[in-house]
Design a protein around this ligand. Structure first.
Ligand code: SAM
Length: 287
């Protein structure tokens, strides 16, 4: 059988949706240490039995909802590549906008050195992408899950950013002073994509990616648990005029604007994602 026939056969047996055929090629190529084009030029060559077993196994994993990023050990985000492994949330494209918003603020303020906190940092995607873009920025990521913390530290090392980007294991819902005390009233930006799926939407969110950790998604019955805590803490950790940036779920925007007001943050507003749904919220600490 040619490699092309092996792929077609495995896709049919696993009933892999056509949207995932590209991911199958990408994951198989990465497992073999090839680029996708290395694989494409081999498609008309005969494939060996080992290749047949590999393609079939990967096709079934993808069909079962296993993210291609877990198979390749890598995820692309903004202009960086992150380490990835099971238990770590795969960063989503819509989160890239948060990096852009943080970057715009730091550039606009013309800060020669800036400090950012990435709360619920997961793979370290936001922290590392921001630091990679702006050499004047130092970032501290706070994350509960030890696997995510070590994965993000490894990515920081890979990228030569471990001097400026640190990750600590900490519970955002507990006292922040234990983990990020040194940043009190000093952060120029606090950015967070916390767990925000509400109880009603959790089953659907989990079904769309059944292998990813529920801990990374569930934001309590109303979806607001993490926002309430982060917004309540923001005034203590931001410097006057500092910016709080949040990724949010649609339907939560009014509740979040209400929390901004309650804790005295100013200029609160939300903005939409590419589908037009409320996805980002921001506010400033008063100057
Ligand atoms: C939606 S994910 C976002 C990860 C990453 N910032 C990103 O944008 O890809 C939320 C993250 O919050 C972490 N998390 C859950 N509960 C937490 C807690 N109590 N304290 C700190 N982090 C927590 C999860 O492990 C997960 O990595």
């Amino acid at each position: 059988m040619t490699l092309r026939e092996i792929f077609v056969d495995a896709e049919q047996r696993a009933q892999l949706s056509s949207q995932k055929h590209g991911e199958l090629q990408y994951a198989v190529a990465a497992t073999r240490g090839w680029s996708r084009s290395d694989l494409l030029v081999r498609l008309n060559l005969p494939g060996d039995a080992g290749m047949q077993v590999l393609v079939e196994r990967v096709a079934h994993q993808l069909a079962d909802g296993y993210p291609a990023e877990y198979l390749t050990g890598q995820a692309a985000f903004c202009d960086i590549v992150l380490r990835m492994r099971e238990g770590v949330l795969v960063p989503r494209p819509e989160t890239e906008r948060l990096v852009q918003m943080a970057e715009d603020f730091i550039v606009r303020e013309d800060l020669s050195s800036a400090v950012a906190l990435d709360v619920c940092s997961g793979s370290g995607a936001i922290a590392l992408a921001l630091a990679a873009r702006l050499p004047q920025v130092s970032v501290m990521g706070m994350e509960l899950d030890p696997v995510s913390v070590s994965c993000s530290r490894e990515s920081a090392l890979d990228m030569g950013l471990s001097e400026r980007v640190r990750f600590v294991q900490g519970n955002v819902l507990a006292a922040w002073g234990l983990t990020v005390a040194e940043f009190r009233s000093h952060a120029d930006v606090i950015v967070s994509n916390p767990p925000y799926v509400c109880g009603q939407r959790l089953a659907a969110a989990h079904a769309s990616s059944p292998v990813e950790p529920v801990r990374a998604l569930y934001g309590g019955t109303s979806g607001m648990v993490f926002y309430k805590r982060i917004i309540a803490q923001a005034c203590d950790w931001l410097r006057p005029g500092g910016l709080l940036l949040l990724e949010i779920d649609d339907g939560l925007e009014q509740g979040i604007l209400g929390q901004f007001k309650r804790y005295g943050l100013q200029g609160g507003r939300w903005s939409p994602d590419l589908r037009g749904l409320p996805r980002y919220a921001e506010a400033h600490r008063a100057t």
